[in-house]
Design a binder for this molecule. Structure first.
Ligand code: GDP
Length: 290
């Protein structure tokens, strides 16, 4: 069965349904409550949790379990289907020439993600280049250069230039030999106008094929606002969720995906360039419900 890695309390509740062939209202309510608790703990936005659990409840009560299916498997299947529907498959990433713009708040993990993605593309046989336009955060240039060298990919940045738009333009020209251009941008602590204006201008300049929003797994209920602002400014094609090696479950990504009508592209699972995984729905859903 799918979702074999469920958290113990939901598993316990489901296991109590083991012998049953039909679900009564009380059973369904208990499962739904357990799911709500897990998702809220995982930082999924409350409205979204309610929408999802209402739908699970409705289906579990209204639909007929297919013949031979136990009540437990029936409700588990509904939970899984509804979660997959929301989370979706990983963001499509053709292995071809492209420009990818990374956006997000300061500290979300953009610079690290740029290097990870470059490493990932290079392992797929492409020639990536990182273009570092973060002139705002002290140390961003050195960090990006160092990580690019560890990933063994091309790098462009200019510590003497404080105009990120110019760096972006010059970076694209200077790394013409590369086929995948990953443009790292400056973040701020919050969503001030300056950040949004800057990323809009960089977006116009580099005309990316894909715009990815990088989010810390611990973002929690702030994910909605952030996703909305970046969606309005540049449009978000995919989400990267970082620091999943920590305790946060990354439910904010679900909120962001829902707000931007996009999907999850990559998961960051550590500080080195190799600590990156393509998103895969099953593991992520189990983690959220765990
Ligand atoms: P930026 O300001 O968005 O460019 O963020 P950085 O890439 O500089 O990342 C901020 C901090 O988070 C750094 O100390 C990174 O090493 C760390 N970091 C980024 N991604 C991950 C991750 O997936 N796991 C862990 N444990 N740390 C990460």
């Amino acid at each position: 069965m799918v979702l074999d890695d469920l958290g113990s309390s939901l598993r316990g509740t489901l296991d109590r349904l083991q012998g049953k062939t039909r679900l009564d209202e009380e059973d369904v309510e208990e499962v739904v409550r357990e799911i709500q608790r897990s998702l809220i703990q995982a930082d999924v936005e409350i409205d979204l949790v309610m929408e999802l659990s209402d739908e699970i409840e409705r289906r579990a009560l209204e639909e007929e379990p297919p013949g031979g299916t136990t009540a437990r498997d029936f409700v588990l299947r509904i939970v899984y289907e509804e979660m997959v529907d929301l989370v979706g498959d990983s963001t499509e990433l053709p292995l071809e020439s492209q420009t990818i713009l990374l956006a997000g708040l300061q500290g979300s993990g953009k610079t690290t993600t740029a290097a990870k993605m470059a490493w990932w593309f290079s392992k797929k046989g492409l020639r990536p280049a990182i273009i570092q336009t973060d002139t705002f955060r002290p140390g961003a240039y050195d960090q990006a250069e160092e990580m690019a060298s560890r990933a063994e990919v091309s790098f462009y940045g200019d510590p003497d230039n404080d105009d990120p738009v110019e760096i972006a333009r010059e970076g694209l020209a200077a790394t013409e030999e590369a086929d995948v251009h990953i443009v790292d941008t400056a973040g701020r602590h919050a969503l001030e106008e300056g950040l949004i204006d800057e990323i809009e201008t960089i977006d116009d300049t580099v005309d990316p094929d894909r715009r990815l929003l990088v989010m810390d797994a611990a973002i929690g209920q702030g994910a909605k606002d952030q996703a909305q602002r970046f969606e309005e400014a540049i449009g978000v094609d995919g989400v990267v969720i970082t620091k999943l090696d920590g305790t946060a479950k990354g439910g904010g990504a679900l909120t962001a995906v829902n707000e931007t009508d996009s999907s999850i592209a990559f998961l960051g699972t550590g500080e080195t360039v190799q600590d990156v995984e393509r998103f895969e729905p099953n593991g992520f859903i189990s983690r959220l419900l765990g």
